[in-house]
Design a protein around this ligand. Structure first.
Ligand code: UDP
Length: 478
């Protein structure tokens, strides 16, 4: 029987949207290198979501998954913030994670442990277990560069980054305003900031980082990361993307059929798809402005609406409510726009929508998966970042790659209806949109070639990674 090289993959415990990126990486890797076997060890908070279980059941036979004993929410103080809950779940799962890893290594050599950024603590076990430590970074190379560069920024700049009068220069990147840096480093007196600094220093010690990007899109930051790795300052960086979910994640659901049926009845290239990812939320005031802005634009739209909240990430990590989101739309909106748009509560089949010929543009919160999916389907963006590193992604899409437009936010952090209508019109019909679509066509082609061609840049990088893991495994256990 053919001998397989074995790797362990550790996602973060936050349910479906955190599980998918690293598993999709595993699927792609195994597809290219079927002589590997992957064991996915999954920390869980409470009982694992049904969506995650169903998704894992559909994996190929050389990806095996194990749920660790669930950590109970009762173990954490009330009001523990979502990111902290994820971190604590990992920390509390470390003993059972180590047990599983020991069991694996006792049966067969383990070439590498690949962890999600939230699960980085597990990489501390790699040396003792005589295996390599890798991280799968499910965001851009620019974001990775920022995280690795925090200790330098910390020395260079005093005060909050957002107050800096000069633009921030990250290695190999277009200079960016401090206010567009990721959320966790926006308050330098916070514990989160200290943890990011500490994590950034520890990240430098691992063996490699796989990043969900590709050279043709982020040449500047990728080359700068590689140069620093060459000097021994950073781990080796491997751009392996774009890796996104293929096909629908809710095949045959009512919402999928409804969306697709509706799109089928719209003219080609006529619809603006509006969605803020798996958990982005708007305030009631902002929902009103967006509703009126869409109506005033007179363009067709397909809008995924959530129950309003004053926290932009309120629905993130599966927090849900039983209220009907549609009741929060302005009075008469649904009736007035019934020929113009379709409103879907909470969740829509994003990939089938983006790949539909009636879809012309995407108003997005700029989560990295949404950004990549839009590029892969050649759909230009209106960038409306809400939290995490989304402002940085928006900057990249609009200022660097120039494949989208970013509406202005007023002094109360609201995007007003006139501005919304204006930006929609510009992207759907304006002169600017022609150039945007031309750039996007090239970028899309590069994205497809990077992963699908045998000599594509990311395919070749995957082969380098496979080679490295194989030779490590055969050398250490010879
Ligand atoms: N998604 C979807 N339907 C929705 C909202 C999101 O299928 O209504 C999928 C989307 O295709 C993407 C993921 O959920 O793959 C969201 O990831 P992203 O990184 O864009 O944002 P996040 O949810 O992490 O903020």
């Amino acid at each position: 029987m053919e001998k397989k090289t074995h790797i362990a993959v550790v996602p973060s415990p936050a349910g479906f949207s955190h599980l998918v990126p690293i598993i999709e990486f595993s699927k792609r890797f195994i597809h290219l290198h079927p002589d590997f076997h992957v064991t996915c060890i999954i920390p869980t908070l409470g009982s694992p979501p049904t969506s995650s279980k169903a998704y894992l059941q559909s994996l190929p036979s050389n990806i095996h998954s194990i749920f660790l004993p669930p950590i109970s929410e009762d173990a954490f103080p009330k009001d523990t913030e979502a990111g902290k809950k994820i971190q604590l779940t990992i920390t509390n799962s470390l003993p059972s994670l180590l047990d599983e890893l020991k069991t694996l290594t006792s049966k067969a050599p383990l070439a590498a442990i690949v962890a999600d950024p939230f699960a980085f603590e597990v990489l501390d076990f790699a040396k003792d277990l005589k295996t390599l430590s890798f991280m799968y970074f499910p965001a851009s190379a620019m974001t990775l560069s920022c995280f690795l560069y925090i200790p330098k920024l910390d020395q260079q700049i005093s005060g909050e980054f957002r107050d800096s009068t000069e633009l921030i220069q990250l290695p190999g990147c277009v200079p960016i305003h401090g206010s567009d840096l990721p959320d966790p480093i926006q308050d330098r007196s916070s514990q989160v900031y200290e943890e990011m600094l500490e994590r950034s220093r520890r990240l430098r010690l691992i063996d490699g980082i796989l990043v969900n990007s590709f050279v043709e899109m982020e040449e500047g930051p990728i080359r700068a990361l590689e140069e620093e790795a060459g000097r021994g300052g950073y781990p080796l960086v491997y751009p392996v993307g774009p890796i996104t979910q293929i096909g629908s994640n809710q095949n045959g659901s009512d919402s999928e059929s409804e969306c697709i049926r509706w799109l089928e009845n719209q003219p080609p290239n006529s619809v603006l798809y509006v969605s803020f990812g798996s958990g982005g939320t708007l305030s009631q005031h902002q929902i009103n402005e967006l509703a009126f802005g869409l109506e005033m634009s007179e363009e067709k739209f397909l809008w995924v609406v959530r129950v309003p909240s004053n926290s932009t990430s309120a629905a993130y990590l599966g927090s849900s409510t039983n209220e009907d989101p549609l009741q929060f739309l302005p009075e008469g909106f649904l009736e007035r726009t019934k020929e113009q748009g379709l409103v879907i509560p909470s969740w829509a089949p994003q990939i089938p929508i983006l790949s539909h010929s009636s879809t012309a543009a995407f108003l997005s919160h700029c989560g990295w998966n949404s950004a990549l999916e839009s590029i892969q389907h050649g759909v230009p963006l209106i960038t409306w970042p809400l939290f995490a590193e989304q402002r940085m992604n928006s900057f990249m899409l609009t200022n660097v790659l120039k494949v989208g437009l970013r509406p202005k936010v007023n002094n109360d952090s609201i995007v007003e209806r006139d501005e919304i209508a204006k930006v929609i019109k510009n992207l759907m019909e304006g002169e600017e949109s022609k150039e945007i679509r031309r750039r996007l066509k090239d970028l899309r082609e590069n994205a497809i070639n990077a992963v699908l061609k045998e000599d594509g840049s990311s395919t070749k990088t995957m082969a380098d990674v496979a080679q490295k893991w194989k030779s490590f495994s055969s050398n250490i256990y010879k």
